[in-house]
Every structure is written in structure tokens, then in C-alpha cells.
Design a binder for this molecule. Sequence first.
Ligand code: 6R9
Length: 645
Amino acid sequence: MSDPVIPVPPTAAKDTNCSASDYRDLYNHSLEKSERFWLDQADRLDWIKRPTVAGNWSYAPKVDIKWFEDGQLNACWNCVDRHAVATPDKTALIFEPDDPASDGRRFTYAQLKDEVARFANVMKTLGVARGDRVTIYMPMVPEAVFAMLACARIGAVHSVVFGGFSPHALRDRIEDCESDFLVTADIGKRGGKTVPLKQNVDAALSETPRVKSVLVVQVGDGSAAMTDGRDHWLHDVSAGVDNDCPCAPMEAEDPLFILYTSGSTGKPKGVLHTTGGYLLWTAMTFAYGFDHRDDDLFFCTADVGWITGHSYVAYGPLANGATQLIFEGVPNYPANDRFWQIVEKHGVTILYTAPTAIRALMADGDAPVKKHDRSSLRLLGTVGEPINPEAWRWYSDTVGEGRVPVVDTWWQTETGGIMLTTLPGAHDMKPGWAGLPMFGIEPLLVDNDGKPLEGAAEGNLCIRRSWPGQARTVYGNHARFEQTYFSTYEGLYFSGDGAKRDEHGYYRITGRVDDVLNVSGHRMGTAEIESALVLHPDVAEAAVVGFPHSVKGQGIYCYVTPNAGVDISEELEQTLRQHVRSEIGPVATPDHIHLTRALPKTRSGKIMRRILRKIAENETSSLGDTSTLADPEVVDALIAGRKGD
Ligand code: 6R9
């Protein structure tokens, strides 16, 4: 049976910036006259030197991706200064604090420019120069965005590390991108709790000699310990600089930022995005994907530590001169109506959040939503993981009162911005299906041998040609970039996701086909969690798999073999759970630690993950072929000791 199709409510489809026929024409044009299309789109940005070429790329035999390569521009100018000139009094950012009783803050574009330029001068005072990598480890406060834009202004390359990551994770990322500068805050506030960011920084830096200067934004009471000569309060340095700081002319292909993301093997990789292509891609996908209008108030709930926070908090909205809301807290603090209270208080028109948040809020029923006036909403979006049709319907019917379109946007850290979605005014919606390709995107499904599949089909999701927002490399390891994304299927970018396509060309993402987990919309490599586990002195071996979780999408199930002589105990389970938390961060906390004396292995010693996955999923009636196992009894013992309900 095919899934139901839901038309966009007629009132919502009126006067959007792209109708169904506009989409068809523009999409065809974007593929047939790609060069022309992209050079026209480039007009969305202010260029110091206009590009005369659009794409110049190859996926094989070597991967080399360039867009607008003879163009020059500055990303900060495009996100801040040009609007400070055109619409100085328009609100750029509204800051909603964790505690609703605290004062919020607001910045017009003119004020944003002053803040960012001053921040950039502070960085220069500390010695940051063009091309330097600056690590940003911040809570969700406006200064996180100022810091990113300040880097862009002076040509430094930011590497934002999510504030929920541990000191070890922070240290690894600082070292990997050879970053000598760090921007942080004394503390972060989330859900009424305090995150000791500066303490984490001190712990990370005690293990690496790398960082020369730490700039500290005061969020708490200012009592954080400061190391003389290394640590500086932003307000102190800021007092000595002015807000006049020119935007550095950058080549389109100069790096804009590095962002670490998990893969199926090894340590997280530093995905590198460059200036012109990325900025244009986020600007264009924001404008079309959210049908942006001048009087919108856009609220993206993602943290700046993830790509969604880069593309649709920092760059996309600001490149469009939009007004947006930044929220410091979490959906259920002080109560589970917080999102709706914010929507009502500020008159949010577009809400962009993750299925995990939707499922968690749905579990609390309709009353918290209905308590608040949501008449300002005109568009709802989701991102980060597959959304189950039930959660989609609740989002659409309860939150959106059935009058608001929902866009389910599929994309990745590596794609820079939205790749698959329906457009609010153009396309019918299909709960659970992301939809159609964005302009310039040519998706392709292939079978496991790389054979392209036609028509309605299910397979591995690849992209055929390059697009401006595509990542250019893995910092310091281009071979890994080529290997990870371009070697599985020759001549194609492989996303790592499986997908279905229906007869209308809509795509539905079925989930990762590699060893990457998606827990509450956060990407995590099973290999990363395994490495953390085996670091513990009591652990001999570990195998980590995902299992379906009703709220988080996927949960983390760890099979662990302790060293000989170490007892299997509840205490050890707790210790290991805590150990992973402190090695990687709270997002990686295992749901289950299953201690076992042995793991199912082939005779050649390979762990049979397929079987471990089935046991974790409680699908033990369909274990498949176990005849190649060295010791089939291990499986029975694991089934008997399975964790979870
Ligand atoms: C933007 C972002 C990327 C992975 C991706 C896929 C999953 C993202 C999705 C989705 C189904 C959607 N994903 N959006 N799955 N429907 N609308 O989340 O980037 O953190 O790099 O994660 O997230 O599995 O491969 P990132």
C-alpha cells in the first residue's frame, strides 16, 4: 500500500516564492544549464569580484571540487554588513535565555555589525590571523554566532565543538585541526543546569600544549579560574578595541570552517567547507526551503555545535537578512510547553526542529501545546533523522493545527545544506518522506553493486554531480575524504544513507547503511564508542550497535567482554556507562551495557555484528545464518542475557 499524500493547505500555498511549475522549470534549468543557473544564483551574494565560472569539479580519478573559483567575497559582509547598510534597524537576532524569567537580548543588524566587528578586533588583538583555526566551544548564546562571524570577517577558520562534548573530545578536535585559539564561556546554562565549559577547557588544555590564547565570554558569575597569560575575558579585551574592522577579501575557495562529524571508522573527521559555495548554498536553500519572507521570525532549535546550527542559525538566515531567534535552553525546561511559550511570546513564524524533540513532546500529550497561541506559525520543518509518520502527523495536526505545511529536510554535514525536501508552496506532503531534490541536486539510488536503479526503488543514496555547498575535503586528510565518500561507488558521492524512491520521485530515508548511529539526531560512529570502551582497563573487547528507540530514534547498545579475572557486575555496567560519558560526552551515554564472556565471531575471528544487531533489536527469531560462527552457543547466552524491554 502506498503512503498517503497530503496536499499543502490552499491558504498556505498562496503567494509562496516557488510554485509547482516554478519548481519544475527551475529544477530542469538547474541541471540542463547548470553553469548559467549557478552564475545567476550567485547574485544572491555580494561579491568583491564576481565569479565568471561556476562549478569546476571532478569525482574521479581524483576528487577535486571547486565552485566560483575566481570569485572573491566575505561571508561576514554578506551576513551582516550589507544588511546593516540596507536594513540597519531590522532585528537580526532575538536571544531567548534558558530561564524564562531572565532578560532576553535583541540585536538589530546595525548592532550585530558592531558586536561582530568588535569581536573580530578582539581576536586580532590576541593574534588571530587569516587562515588560523579557531576552536569555538560555546553555549547557545549570541556570542557563539558573533565568534563564528568574527572569524569569517578576518578570514580565520572556525571549528565549533559542541558544548556537550567532553574535555577529551575537545582536545582531540583542537589537536586535529592544529588550533592555537579557543573561544569559550565560563559556563553554559541548559535546562536549569550549569555546564562547566571553562573547567572542561582547562582539563582539555592540560593534555595538549597547543592553545596559546583562550577568550572567555562571561555567562555565569565571573568566578571561573583564569590562567595568566593564556586566558582573557572578552569584556576586558573588548574594552580596549573599537568596532571598526574591515571584512577581509577572501577567495571563494578559501576555507570558511571545519566541523567534526562521525563516520563508520576511526576518529571523527574534520569536514571542511569553503566560503563562496557554502554561503550561496545555505542562502539559496534557506530562501526556497523555508519560503523566506521579510517579516518572518525563524526559530531553528539546533545548537551551533552541529551543522544545522551552522547553516540555519549562523549563515543561511543571516545571508538572507532574516530575523531569527536563538534559544539557550531545552524544550522541557522549566516545563514541557517551552517551545510553544516561545512561539507565542515572540510570534515565531517558522519552526525548525528535530524528530526527537517532536517525539518527546508528543509523549506529553496535546495540552502543553494547546495552552499557547500558535497562530503566528506558518511553516514547520524537521531535520536530523527519519521522522515516523505518527510524529509527523502530530507535528502537522496538533502543533500546526492542520493549516501549516511541514517540510522534512534531508541533508548532512557534508552536504552543507538542504538536499531533499518538499517546497512549502509547490509540493504535496507525504509523512515520513523527505521529498524531492533541491535545485542542482541529482540523486541516484544504486544497489550494492553500484548498479543504478530506475523508477520506484530502494537502494543506497548517492548524488551524481557536485553542488556548491558540498564539503571539499577532510581537514588534513584528503585521502580519507576520497575513501569515505567517493570510493564505494565510482564517480558518485555516497551519503551512507539508504533510501526509497516512489513513482513521483519522492525520497524516503530509511536510515544509515553503515556503522553510524543517529541518536536523538546526533551522529555517532559505533567505532568511536567502541574505542572509548576499550580504553577502560577492565575491558577486553567491545561491539556497539544501534536499536530502535521510541523517542531518540536509535539507542546505543554495547556488548562488552571484560578482561579475564574481572567480575561481571552491575557496578561495572555503571562504571562503563559513566566512562563513555566522560570520554565522549553525555550524547554518547550508552542505553545498555551488556557484559558477556564472549562475542559471536566467525572462525576467522570477525565479530558478527549482524547477529548483535538482531539481538539488540529483539528480532531473535530472524537471526539468519549462524552456521559460520565459531561457537554458536555464545548466541544463546546473549539472547538469554539481553538488556532492555
Ligand atoms: C543535517 C544533519 C546526517 C544524517 C544523514 C541521515 C540523517 C538528516 C534527515 C535524516 C532522515 C531527514 N538525517 N536529516 N534522516 N530524514 N530529514 O542532521 O546532518 O548531523 O551530518 O547527520 O542524519 O542519516 O546521513 P548530520
